[in-house]
Design a protein around this ligand. Structure first.
Ligand code: UDP
Length: 418
């Protein structure tokens, strides 16, 4: 199959951990690679955010990334990209003049706008089915972030319109299905396919980075308030008072550890730690490359994921794949991936005391840590390989193409009868 992916702000080639570079970049990179390995031809269209980027970058024999001009060739926050989606669709549709794809798969609502626009411009005899993965949904973001939500106003009607207009939606967790149904989307047009984890980079075998205290807990992700890193810091006084010699390693942020001096959220977190008197137990590492992450995960006794909400959350899967138990807020995708008392411990959202209790339960019980860690590793390997995720995505593509062919056949029959 010829597959076009559209990922307007999240290039599969970007460095991770910055405000707008995280799970979607990983998802698009890994899914397109796994699909290319399954012998599909995949083209990923993304916005040119630097003049230095070449137009086409071949990653594998059947996988290329195409950088398209859409707005200025520099970083633009994702919430300011909507005005450039028409230009992005121009570039996509020009590229399709050479050869249209069999399906197009949009990632994030704005890519869905561009994908639908480009598909509508195809010649009338070429219908290109459109699939959509939202990665995050506006109503959920608004509910949790309120005035802090910087999404453009248009998201309120364009996102549901993308949902109603595409041929099929690929939701990444069961919670998202409820949200989509609440947006008026028919359940029959939704497939649930989770994100995967790179089992070569993330496994229980391999070196672990040394640590400076008896125990280490780890937080990994973009440094944005909704990831709840302050809640993990909030658990540290209780752990200290329980006599546990714990350090919290924080990975992520706008650059390396030195660049964190300019990161407003890193400053805020340090202030929280200082106010609570635990600044000596918190280590900020900044953004780390993918190949450094395995040794970091393996160095931890537990990984804590305490987001307010989480559309999917690849970090807990990476922790599980490395055999490390996860303390997870019971929200969104984390409720599917982390099984309570089997691969980690669930805690209520926004509850530092519950985080402290769960972490203490793990740190004081090596047997429990080992049991949850090895069950997590087994679950990640059997359920969340990217090859399995790509196979399930491929099934959704084939189902959508077949449904489109059936509609065209019925249209032709109706045309002949009339
Ligand atoms: N990540 C990384 N280096 C960093 C920070 C994050 O490689 O310094 C990766 C992390 O390992 C994970 C992704 O970024 O693969 C974050 O994905 P997740 O789904 O957990 O969060 P999102 O960014 O989508 O909110």
């Amino acid at each position: 199959m010829r597959i076009a992916m559209v990922s307007e702000h999240a290039s599969p080639l970007a460095a991770l951990g910055g405000v707008d570079a995280g799970g979607q970049n990983v998802h698009v990179a890994a899914l397109s690679t796994a699909l290319a390995r399954r012998r599909h031809h995949v083209t990923v269209y993304t916005r040119r955010d630097s003049a230095a980027l070449p137009r086409r970058v071949r990653i594998l024999p059947r996988l290329e990334v195409v950088h398209l001009d859409a707005g200025p060739a520099e970083h633009v926050p994702k919430d300011e990209l909507l005005p450039f989606m028409g230009e992005l669709a121009d570039g996509i549709s020009r590229d399709w003049q050479r050869r249209p794809p069999d399906v197009v798969h949009g990632h994030f609502w704005m890519s869905g706008v561009a994908a639908l626009d480009a598909a509508r411009r195809a010649p009338s005899d070429t219908r290109i089915p459109v699939l959509q993965t939202f990665h995050a949904l506006g109503p959920v973001k608004r509910r949790h972030q309120g005035a802090g939500d910087t999404s453009p106003l248009e998201r309120q009607w364009l996102e549901p319109s993308v949902g109603r207009s595409v041929d099929r939606i690929i939701a990444t967790c069961s919670d998202e299905v409820f949200e989509l149904k609440a947006m008026g989307i028919d359940r029959r047009r939704i497939s649930v396919v989770p994100c995967g984890v790179d089992l070569e980079l993330f496994s229980g075998r391999g070196p672990a980075e040394p640590r400076t205290r008896a125990y280490r807990i780890l937080s990994v992700g973009r440094l944005v308030p909704r990831k709840g890193v302050d809640l993990v810091i909030g658990a540290l006084p209780a752990l200290r008072d329980a006599g546990l010699d714990v350090e919290l390693l924080i990975v992520g942020g706008g650059g390396n550890a030195a660049a964190l001096a300019d990161d407003a959220e890193a400053h805020r977190l340090l202030e929280v730690a200082t106010e609570l008197g635990v600044q000596d137990r918190v280590v900020f590492r900044g953004q780390l490359p993918r190949d450094a992450m395995g040794a970091i995960f393996r160095s931890a006794d537990a990984v804590v994921c305490a987001p307010w909400y989480e559309p999917f959350g690849i970090v807990p899967l990476e922790a599980m794949a490395c055999g490390v138990p996860v303390v997870a807020a019971a929200v969104g995708g984390l409720r599917d991936t982390v099984l309570d008392r089997k691969t980690g411990l669930h805690v209520p959202p926004r509850d530092p005391a519950a985080i402290a209790a769960a972490v203490a339960a793990l740190l004081t019980d090596p047997g429990l840590r080992r049991a949850l860690g090895s069950a997590g590793e087994a679950r990640a390997r059997t359920r969340y390989s990217w090859d399995r995720v790509a196979a399930e995505t491929e099934r959704a593509y084939l189902q959508t193409v077949a449904a489109g062919a059936e509609v065209r056949r019925l249209d032709a029959v109706e045309g002949a009868v009339l």
